[in-house]
Write a protein that binds this ligand. Structure first.
Ligand code: CUA
Length: 371
């Protein structure tokens, strides 16, 4: 029978170890994996990060002490062939009291910052808050800015330094809103408002994610937080307001949010000159109307109808992502999405409308003009 010893045992080559190191290093890369709560960019996120750090350091200390004691005992008191039977004992009150009291003290030490953090993050701060209504939909996010009368989708645009106060609701099932660099998770319910606040302290585009299972495309219910300087944000608001003041409806006045708003060709009005100059954009506008896109999507940021099924597309031409934060907003992806959304995100409410490649190009050109 072959004997396995150090000489015959198959040696583990360097490859698995290198893979392990690469994996660990990859986990530390905020560029490639930016959806992390370990690199906080707001006071709210720092509170959570502090609790996590405290818990980790306590756990690390316990791990080192317990594993150290275990290894010491294994080697120091290892049984040898001629050892006598060890002394048999049953319980030791002193030791049991010690190992009950120490964990209780450690848990108390962790509880103090945890409970303090819960109260700090639950209290809505006072001052100059920017209120934003967040509405979860299967499977995308709607953001309404009552202060400016505008609405957008999937890209939460905020000014750096100003506290945003998110008032959250769901249009269908339970979702959970999580912008990890800025704040913890908050569940989003139909018929019950939950709130979240944070003030970003740096600019940039940061990913977020729905973190409550909400249907088959839950994993693709992402979003981005676009944090801008106050000046950039002001310009963005002004642009969004211009992108959708409803046109004076011809004929009898319609109720706000009525069909006259939907059928009004806001995009073409705004991009009139471009449409005239670019036949592809003009064709796209026709298609947008004839293919029924308007039944679900509004191209107005200001005064947009509230009951639409699909995301607001007023500034879709400038967004970094489409399809709720997971497809880069390239011409190729936008056309592919328009042609066959069910292939890219099966189960999404947007149906395949039998759009030809040329029609998809025209629709893409028309949407791209909206920014
Ligand atoms: Cu919405 Cu998961």
């Amino acid at each position: 029978m072959p004997v396995r010893n150090a000489a015959t045992r198959p040696r583990v080559g360097p490859v698995p170890w290198l893979c392990l190191v690469a994996l660990a290093a990859a986990g530390c890369s905020p560029e490639r994996y930016p959806q992390t709560a370990l690199l906080p960019l707001s006071e709210f996120a720092r509170i959570g990060d502090y609790v996590q750090d405290q818990t980790f350091y306590w756990a690390l200390g316990v791990f080192v002490l317990v594993e150290g004691a275990l290894l010491y005992a294994i080697f120091r008191f290892r049984g040898r062939p001629d050892d006598p039977e060890p002394k048999q004992i049953h319980g030791n009150t002193t030791v049991e009291i010690i190992w009950t009291v120490i964990p209780a003290l450690i848990l108390a030490a962790i509880a103090v910052p945890t409970v303090r953090g819960i109260f700090e993050t639950a209290a809505i701060p006072r001052g100059d808050l920017l209120e934003i209504e967040v509405v979860g939909h299967q499977w995308w996010w709607e953001f309404r800015y009552p202060e400016y009368g505008i609405v957008t989708a999937n890209e939460l645009v905020i000014p750096v330094g100003r506290t945003v106060h998110l008032r959250q609701n769901s249009a269908d099932v339970i979702h959970s809103f999580w912008p990890p660099r800025f704040a913890g998770k908050r569940d989003v319910f139909p018929g019950r408002e939950t709130r979240l606040w944070f003030a970003a302290d740096s600019t940039g585009l940061y990913p977020g994610q729905c973190t409550e299972f909400c249907g088959i495309q839950h994993a693709r219910m992402a979003f981005h937080v676009l944090s801008q300087t106050p000046e950039e944000f002001k310009r963005w608001v002004a642009r969004m307001q211009a992108l959708g003041a409803p046109p004076a409806a011809p004929g009898p006045a319609a109720a706000p949010g009525g069909d006259s708003l939907r059928t009004a060709s806001v995009g073409a009005r705004l991009q009139g000159q471009q449409a005239a100059a670019d036949p592809q954009v003009a064709q796209g506008e026709q298609l947008f109307r004839n293919k029924g896109c308007m039944g679900c999507h509004s191209l107005q940021a200001k005064g947009a109808p509230t009951a639409l099924i699909g995301p607001n597309l007023a500034n879709v031409g400038e967004r970094a992502y489409i399809a709720a934060g997971w497809l880069k907003n390239t011409d190729e992806n936008l056309e592919a999405w328009i042609r066959n959304p069910q292939a890219l995100k099966k189960g999404v409410l947007m149906p395949n409308l039998g759009v030809t490649p040329d029609e998809a190009k025209a629709l893409r050109a028309y949407l791209r003009a909206h920014k």
